[in-house]
Design a protein around this ligand. Structure first.
Ligand SMILES: [Zn+2]
Length: 164
């Protein structure tokens, strides 16, 4: 793993990796895109240690990628929502998905992103292959390949469900 700080580097890729290059951080962002908002949602879906999750969420809030909203007073409980800055990571997330489908996964892609409107799938420019609409995070849902629409209810940690 690369050291967090690259003192001699003045490079936007290096700077971005300092912020989101951690594995758990990107997976937290993935789950936030796919409908997780509460601490226990992230914990259940990712199986990450609570201390690590708490640390990464704090860091995402500090970086302005996620905002914390109180939804309960006693005891105080919070939801985490992507900010506009966080939403700008959508193309990054999709690029990781496409790259992984091509180079990191053997066999059919385990996660399929589908246009809610027509059921088409995004191409690598995130345009719908069927109706040609540009697809943002609110335009799609994701499901596990081979499990059909009911996959949304499967409580496996890597199941991603888009309901925003
Ligand atoms: Zn479409």
């Amino acid at each position: 793993m690369l050291p967090r700080h690259y003192q001699s580097e003045r490079c936007s890729i290096a700077k971005t990796l300092e912020i989101v290059g951690d594995r758990w951080t990107m997976l937290i962002i993935r789950e936030a895109f796919f409908g997780a908002h509460r601490f226990d949602d992230f914990h259940r879906r990712l199986g990450v240690a609570r201390t690590v999750l708490s640390d990464r969420l704090d860091r995402l809030v500090t970086e302005g990628i996620v905002r914390r909203e109180r939804y309960q007073d006693r005891p105080a409980r919070f939801e985490y929502h992507l900010t506009a800055k966080g939403m700008d990571l959508w193309p990054v997330l999709m690029a990781l998905l496409f790259w992984g489908d091509r180079h990191a996964i053997e066999g059919p892609p385990p996660t399929v992103v589908v246009h809610r409107g027509c059921g088409g799938v995004p191409d690598e420019r995130r345009m719908c292959s069927r109706c040609r609409a540009p697809l943002g995070p609110s335009d799609v849902r994701a499901r596990r390949a081979g499990l059909g629409e009911g996959a949304a209810d499967v409580p496996a940690p890597t199941v991603v469900v888009v309901e925003q």
